[in-house]
Design a protein around this ligand. Structure first.
Ligand code: GLV
Ligand code: MN
Ligand code: MN
Length: 416
């Protein structure tokens, strides 16, 4: 790394301003962001981002699933660019940092290089991946999964949200069905900055998480079919109550995850009673399950134990329970050379750091199956994320962006 490059720092105030400027697209009264993928608010932030990228001199294009790529020329255009970025969509009650930090920090890296007049050997590509969150369309991180060939574009385009709108229709509605086939934009490496979304860095007083692995994920759609009947006249032993059944499943899931802990978690995050009424015993419930572990054998054990427990509960309560596995993402082991590059950047900048496993899923986890990939984490307040109260400091965000900058420079090369 050259002297100029090693002294280089991103503009902390400018990064902070862009985070707060874009937080107005879908701002919630509690200080969070509601920006479901491919919604009107997502279009607003995408339009802002496209303009900012173009203003920074990037050549922006959009693929058939709406993922956005902004290419900064390098000296050797025969080499695939080093990718950097994350996502701009949020949870229904999301925060200002999840995904947004990594995407806007990527833009900030480019702005910093422009200001310093630094040209890299290898081109750079700033990325905004469509639907990382997975709360409107399942699975999460669908565009990066299609990018690496885990799903076909046609399959993803046909996925529907709760209102029956397809991904294709939603892309057309906001004008972001791009003309570039998915996978066309080649990347030689990918680096994603993100808030930790957990409590470890803050508890240990460390600024940088050098992410070397990520948990695997199991997503299920479940349905319980019991029998609707009168809440006043049906004796307790004769009931086939779908909600009472779900309650047992929730507790069974909690017990199973704890049994396989500390390296396992399980959540039932959605449950909908089909025809809710105060004086009708619930007869039908649709629900989701999310189980995770960084250990593939534990993922298998979670699946086995859950299915066994659910079968026992269903038989005893004389209800039908169906459970469909809709997504299985194996644990991630990031590229050792890139993980070392992140660690070296943190060391060079004199930032406290530790190796860490990501509890959340990320586009980087998908990309890692085809492209050397690594991640940088910074702390978030009380480890809280997927919540409007999500918070992080300007200093930590800037530190993470500087690690991103120097990791990318070490991969893309700067003339000496
Ligand atoms: C993505 O936000 C996830 O569910 O980990
Ligand atoms: Mn995220
Ligand atoms: Mn998220």
């Amino acid at each position: 790394m050259t002297k100029i490059a090693s002294n280089l720092q991103i503009d902390s105030a400018r990064l902070w301003d862009t985070i707060h400027e874009t937080a107005k697209f879908g701002a919630t009264p509690k200080g969070g962001v509601r920006r479901l993928t491919l919604s009107a608010e997502d279009k607003q932030v995408r339009d802002w981002f496209r303009k900012a990228c173009e203003h920074a001199g990037l050549d922006v294009h959009v693929d058939a699933l709406g993922s956005m790529f902004g290419v900064r020329k390098g000296r050797d255009m025969s080499k695939p660019p080093v990718g950097l970025g994350s996502h701009l969509d949020t949870q229904p009650t999301g925060g200002k940092y999840d995904g947004i930090l990594g995407t806007l920090a990527a833009l900030e890296v480019v702005r910093t290089l422009n200001d310093a007049g630094i040209e890299t050997d290898v081109p750079l590509c700033v990325c905004n991946w469509t639907n990382e969150e997975g709360s409107r369309f399942a699975p999460a991180m669908m565009a990066s999964a299609a990018y690496v060939g885990d799903f076909t574009t046609a399959d993803i385009l046909s996925r529907r949200d709760a209102e029956g709108v397809t991904v294709g229709e939603a892309l057309d509605a906001i004008g972001y069905r791009g003309d570039v086939p998915v996978g066309t934009q080649k990347l030689g490496a990918f680096v994603e900055l993100h808030i930790e979304q957990g409590p470890i860095l803050e508890a240990e007083g460390k600024t940088i998480g050098v992410v070397d692995s990520g948990q695997g994920v199991l997503w299920y759609d479940g349905k319980i079919t019991g029998f609707e009947s009168h809440a006043g006249s049906t004796p307790m032993p004769l009931r086939r109550d779908a909600l009472a059944t779900l309650s047992e499943i929730v507790l069974a899931m909690e017990a199973i995850a704890k049994k396989h802990g500390p390296n396992a978690v399980g959540t039932i995050g959605e449950a909908v009673i089909a025809k809710p009424s105060r004086n009708v015993i619930p007869g039908e419930i649709a629900f989701t399950m999310d189980c995770r572990s960084a250990d593939a054998a534990i993922m298998d054990a979670l699946d086995r134990d859950l299915r066994k427990a659910i079968a026992e509960i269903a038989a005893r309560r004389k209800v039908e329970v169906t459970v469909d596995l809709v997504w299985r993402k194996p644990p991630t082991h990031f590229d050792p050379k890139l993980v070392d590059a992140v660690e070296s950047a943190a060391k060079m900048l004199g930032l406290s750091h530790r190796r860490i496993t990501s509890g959340a899923g990320h586009d980087a986890c998908n990309l890692n199956t085809r492209i050397p990939t690594a991640m940088v984490f910074v702390p978030c307040k009380d480890g809280v994320s997927h919540n409007e109260l999500e918070d992080a400091t300007q200093t930590d965000c800037a530190a993470g962006a500087n690690v991103l900058l120097h990791t990318v420079l070490s991969l893309a090369g700067v003339a000496s």
